[in-house]
Design a protein around this ligand. Sequence first.
Ligand SMILES: Cc1cc2nc3c(=O)[nH]c(=O)nc-3n(C[C@H](O)[C@H](O)[C@H](O)COP(=O)(O)OP(=O)(O)OC[C@H]3O[C@@H](n4cnc5c(N)ncnc54)[C@H](O)[C@@H]3O)c2cc1C
Ligand code: FES
Length: 719
Amino acid sequence: MSKGPISQFIEKYYLHFNSATVVDAAKAYEQQLQNGAKMMVTLAGAMSTAELGKIFAEMIRQDKVQIISCTGANLEEDIMNLVAHSHYERVPNYRDLTPQDEWDLLEKGLNRVTDTCIPEHEAFRRLQKHIHKIWKDAEDAGERYFPHEFMYKMLLSGCLEEYYEIDLKDSWMYAAAEKNLPIVVPGWEDSTMGNIFASYVIKGELKASTMKSGIEYMTFLADWYSKNSNKGVGFFQIGGGIAGLTTAYLLSKAGKKVIVVEDGFIGSGETGRTTAHLSNALDDRYYYLERVFGKEAAALSAESHTAAIDEIEKIIRTEHIDCAFRRVNGYLFLHPSDKEENLDKELEASQRAGISTTLLPKIPTMAGGSDQRCIVFPNQAQFHILQYLSGLAKAITSYGGIIYTEAHAENITKEGATVNGFAFRADYIVVATNSPVNDVLTMHTKQHAYRSYVIAGKIRKGLLPYALWWDTGDMDSKWVSQPYHYARLAEYDSENDLLIVGGEDHKTGQGDEESLLESARYDKLEAWTRERFPMLGDLSYRWSGQIIEPVDSLGFMGKNPGDENIYIITGDSGNGMTHATLGGMIICDSIRGIPNRWQELYSPSRITLSTAIDFLKEAGNMAAQYIDWIGSPDLQNIADLEPGQGGVLSHGIRKIAVYRDYDNKLSAFNAVCPHLGCIVQWNNDEKSFDCPCHGSRFTHEGKVVNGPSIENLRKIRIT
Ligand SMILES: Cc1cc2nc3c(=O)[nH]c(=O)nc-3n(C[C@H](O)[C@H](O)[C@H](O)COP(=O)(O)OP(=O)(O)OC[C@H]3O[C@@H](n4cnc5c(N)ncnc54)[C@H](O)[C@@H]3O)c2cc1C
Ligand code: FES
C-alpha cells in the first residue's frame, strides 16, 4: 500500500534520536495490525486538551484501535471540547502568570492546563443535567454501567446536539461510542464527572453501586486480554539480558511475534556486569571437555562458540549496531598453581577441536611474561555490551516485537505467565532469567552460583594492544570452579584505553569462608593487575557480578526438562556471552522446526555421569550450608551494625537478617531463603543478602534480585 504524505515526510526526515523512534513505533504499530493482532491505546493526561480527537477519532473509525485505557479526565475533556470549544482560552504567556492571574482564571471558571484553560464550568452547565438523567434512568431500571458506557449513551442519544461547537467527526469519544469500543478507566472516580456523581451519592439521590467501579474495570481488562491475546501474542520472552534479547531478536527477525518482559531494564541483570570477552577459549579447558563428553563433543562445542562469535558479528553488521566490536587475539597462560603439561594438553585438545591455536614462548606485552609460555587463540572478539543490547532491542521492535521493562513474570506455565498481575498467553515461553525462575529444583542441582569481581582503570593509548588475557585458574582453590583472572583492553576516550580485569571468584554467599572481605578481593585483583600491567593508572571502576557454573561446564539451553513449549537458557559459565547467543540460536531453530547440530550437547535434560565427583563436592558444599541453621550468626548484637551495613542475628532458634540504613533505621527480615530454606549471608560490597545454596540474592530491602527464589525475604517487625 502506498504511504500517505505524513508517512512519507516522517520517513524522509525523522531519521535520528527521538524522531527515529517515532518512525520505529509507527512501523511496529502497522505491523501489529497487519498481523491481525489487537491494539490498545493508552492516553496520557491532558491529551484530550490537545484536541487529540482530530487524529484519534479517525484512527478509531479506521479500526486501528481495539481498546483504550485512559484517565477520567481524558473521557470528559473530549466531550467538553465538543460542547464548549469556543470557551477554551489559550494563555501563551502562562509561565509569567502571577498567583493573582491564576486566581482570576479560576474565578472565570477556567481550569488551566499549561497554556490551555478548560472551561469546566461552562461545559458542565451544559452536560450535567443530561448525564444525571442517564445515571438516574439506569438506576431506576436497576441497571449498572461503566462510566464510559454512560457517556456513550449520552452522546448517542443526541441530547447534546444543540451544544456542538466542533465538527462531530473530531470527537474521539463519539467515534468510540459509535463502535462501542471498550475503554478502561480505573481511576475515573477522581475526575470532575466522578466528583459530581459522588455528590449525588452523598445527597442520597444516586446509589454508588449504579456506577461500575475501578476494580470492575481491572477485572474486565483481564478478561478482555485473556480473550483477545491469542492472535496478538505469539512468543513470549522473559528476561532482557543477552540470552533473552538474542532469542527475541532471532525469532522476531524470522517473522515470529515476540514479547519480551524484563523485570528491571534492558541489561540490568548480569549482562550489564560482564567484561564482554567473546571467546571460544572455553574456561573449563578442551582437554577436560574431551574427558567428560568425548572428542567429538569437544569439537562441537568449539564449533558452536566460534559460530556464536560469528553470529554476533553478523547481527552487528546487519543491524548497523555501533558497539566497538573488534576481532582480537586471546592469550591463555598458566596460573602459578597449574602444571606446565596442562598448557600442552590444552594446546593439543584445542587443535583437535578445530581451533587454530598456536604456542608462544612468552606472553606478549605482559610484564613478567617473557619467560612464560602461552597459547594464542586467534579471532576472538570484544564489544561494548550495553551498546549491543540497545541495538538488539531496537532491531526487535523494528521487526514487530514488543519489549516491556519493569515487568515481572511469575506463575510460569505452558500457557504463559502472570506479568505484573496480568495474564500473558503464548505458544512458546523462553525463560532467559540467568537462573531459571520457572523451576524450583531440577536445574539448580546441576549448577552453582559464583561471585566474580572486576576492576577497571585507564591506560594511555598505544601502550597495550587490544587483546584478551586469561590465566588457567587457581588449582589450589577450595571451590569446585577454580577462579581465574581475565583481562582485556577496551577503547575509552581519545587519549586513553580502559584495562578491565576480573577474577577472585568465590561461591555466592560463602565469601567469608576464605576470611577475605570483598574490599580485599578488589585489592588482590589490583595487585595482580599492577604486577602484570604496571602502566595502569588510577582505578576508575569496580563492580562484581554473578556467574552460574554448570557442574559439567557446558551451558544449558533448550527445552526445560519435562516441558514441550517452555525453554530455558542458563549455566552461562564465564563464557556467557557466547553461551547465551548459542541459546538464542538453538531455541530459535527448535521453535521453527529446524534441526540444530548443537541442540543435544547443550540439552538441559542431559546427565553427565563422568562429573559425578564434582557434582557430589558441590552437593556436599550445599548441604553444609544448612548447618548455618545451628551455626553461629555473623552478628552478635544489633548495636554492632554501622549505618549501611547488614548481618544475620540469632533470636532463639530463628535467624534474622538485619540492615541499618544511613538514617539509622533498622529493617529486619526472616533470614531463611524463600527458595529452599538456606540462611542468607550479608554481602557488604553489593549491600545485599545472598543465599549460599543456589545463589538467590535480595536487596537490603529484602527484594529478590537473583533467582531461583521468586519471592522476597519475609519482613519482620522489630520494636
Ligand atoms: C563480572 C562478570 C564478568 C563476565 N565476563 C564475561 C566475559 O568476559 N565473557 C563472557 O562470555 N561472559 C562473561 N560473563 C558472563 C555473562 O555476562 C553472562 O553469562 C550473561 O550476561 C548472562 O546473560 P543472561 O541474559 O542469561 O542473564 P541476565 O543478563 O542476568 O538477564 C536475565 C534478565 O532476566 C530478568 N529477570 C529475572 N527474573 C525475571 C522475572 N521473573 N521476570 C522478568 N524478568 C526477569 C533480569 O532482570 C535480567 O535482566 C561475566 C559475568 C560476570 C558477572
Ligand atoms: S537459593 Fe536455594 S535455598 Fe536459597
